[in-house]
Design a protein around this ligand. Structure first.
Ligand SMILES: Nc1ncnc2c1ncn2[C@@H]1O[C@H](COP(=O)(O)OP(=O)(O)O)[C@@H](O)[C@H]1O
Ligand SMILES: CC(C)(COP(=O)(O)O)[C@@H](O)C(=O)NCCC(=O)O
Length: 330
C-alpha cells in the first residue's frame, strides 16, 4: 500500500464520528450511564483505587457512569449465550456437553488503560448473581522472551505482531474454548521487561475469561502454505476496543513513564532502572522516543486498524474519562 493511501486510511481511522454508514450506534457518556438501570454499585472507592493502574484516575463516579452499564450489557450477553447453549444442546441431543467459557477480548493502545478496565469489569462481573467465576489473562505473557527478541533483532518491535508467539495464543484460547481444565497462560513482568520463565497462571474452566492486550483483534496475512489458521478474535464472544486520540495517549504514556521513574524504576531489578538516575529532561526524551518509535508506530500500523472489528468502543477524553461509547448496531 503506498504512503498516501496509508495516510488517508489513518486520517479516517482517527476521525471517529457517527457517519451515515457507521455500523455503530454512538452514545454520550451521560446517555450511556442511563443504561445502568437498577444495576447495583457493588464496588467501593477503596476497591476501585486498588484496581486502577498508575496514572489512571478512574474513580467510583466513572464506574457509575460507564462501567455499570457495560457490566449489565456483558451480563446480558453471558446469560443469552447460556440460553443459546441450552437450545443447541437439545437440538444436537448432547445432554452431557458442558458450556465453555464466555470470552471477552479487550484491545487498545499501550497506555490507554486496558488493564484498569479489565480489572474493574472482572470485579463487577464476579459480583453478578450466581457469582460467576471470572478470570483475566493479559497477552504480554505471550511475548517472545527478550533473549529471542534480541537474537531476531526485534527488541524495538516489542508489541508488534512478530514479537508474540501467536501459535501459543491460539493454542491457549482453543484449549479454553474446548473446555479443558487447568490451562496454563505464561506471565510477563513489567519490572524485568521480560516473560517470566516457568511462571504461569492456571485457568480452570471459568464462566467468563477476559483476554486483554494490544493485539487481540489483529488479523494476519494468510500463510503462504494455504493452511487455514483461526484469528485470535474468532474465539471471542464479545470484544471491546479502548480508544483515545493519539496525542492524549502519548501524554498518558509519558506521564506514566515519569511517575514510574519515581517508583518502579527506582528498584535496581527494574529493566528501566537506569532511567531513574538520569536527568529529568533526558528521561523525558527517552519516554517520547519510546512512544514515537515503538508504541505510536504500532498503534498506527497494527492496533488502530483493528478498532472497526470491536463490538463496543469506549472512547476516552481528558483524564482517562470515557466521553463516548459506540456499540455495534443490533
Ligand atoms: N515499565 C513499566 N514498569 C512497571 N509497570 C508498567 C510499566 N509499563 C506499564 N506498566 C503497567 O503495566 C500495565 C499495562 O500497561 P500497558 O501495557 O501500557 O496497557 P494499559 O495502559 O492499556 O493497561 C499497567 O498497569 C501499567 O501501569
Ligand atoms: C508489553 C507491551 C507491548 C504492552 O503490551 P499489553 O500488555 O498492553 O498488551 C508494552 O508495554 C511495551 O513494552 N512496549 C514496548 C515499548 C515500551 O517499552 O514502551
Amino acid at each position: 500500500m503506498n504512503d498516501s493511501v496509508k495516510n488517508r486510511q489513518l486520517e479516517e481511522l482517527n476521525h471517529f464520528e457517527p457517519g451515515d454508514y457507521s455500523p455503530y450506534r454512538f452514545f454520550s457518556a451521560e446517555s450511556w450511564a442511563d443504561f445502568r438501570d437498577d444495576t447495583p454499585l457493588t464496588l467501593t472507592e477503596d476497591e476501585v483505587s486498588r484496581l486502577r493502574s498508575l496514572n489512571d484516575p478512574v474513580d467510583l463516579d466513572e464506574v457509575r457512569r460507564i462501567y455499570l452499564s457495560l457490566s449489565r450489557l456483558l451480563y446480558a450477553h453471558v446469560e443469552s449465550s447460556k440460553l443459546l447453549f441450552n437450545q443447541r444442546r437439545s437440538f444436537l441431543s448432547l445432554p452431557n456437553v458442558t458450556k465453555t467459557p464466555f470470552i471477552i477480548g479487550i484491545a487498545g493502545s499501550v497506555a490507554v488503560g486496558k488493564s484498569t478496565t479489565a480489572r474493574i469489569l472482572k470485579e463487577l462481573l464476579t459480583r453478578w448473581s450466581g457469582s460467576p467465576k471470572v478470570d483475566l489473562v493479559t497477552t504480554d505473557g505471550f511475548l517472545l522472551p527478550n533473549e529471542v527478541l534480541r537474537r531476531e533483532n526485534l527488541m524495538d518491535r516489542k508489541g508488534f505482531p512478530e514479537s508474540y508467539d501467536v501459535g501459543s495464543v491460539l493454542k491457549f484460547l482453543s484449549d479454553i474454548k474446548a473446555g479443558r481444565p487447568n490451562v496454563k497462560a505464561p506471565c510477563y513482568s513489567h519490572l524485568t521487561y521480560d516473560v517470566l520463565p516457568g511462571e504461569f497462571v492456571v485457568i480452570d474452566r471459568p464462566d467468563i475469561l477476559i483476554f486483554e492486550g494490544i493485539n487481540v483483534l489483529q488479523v494476519r496475512d494468510l500463510p503462504e502454505d494455504g493452511k487455514i489458521i483461526p484469528f485470535v478474535s474468532d474465539f471471542f464472544d464479545f470484544s471491546i476496543y479502548i480508544d483515545a486520540n493519539e496525542d492524549r495517549i502519548h501524554q498518558w504514556y509519558v506521564e506514566r513513564f515519569m511517575r514510574l521513574r519515581e517508583t518502579a524504576f527506582k528498584n535496581p531489578a527494574s529493566f528501566f532502572h537506569r532511567y531513574s538516575t538520569i536527568s529529568h529532561d533526558a528521561a523525558l526524551a527517552i519516554a517520547h522516543g519510546l512512544w514515537e518509535n515503538i508504541n505510536l508506530k504500532n498503534l498506527r500500523e497494527n492496533i488502530l486498524p483493528t478498532r472497526p472489528r470491536a463490538d463496543l468502543i469506549l472512547r476516552k477524553g481528558e483524564d482517562h474519562l470515557v466521553e463516548q461509547v459506540a456499540m455495534r448496531k443490533l
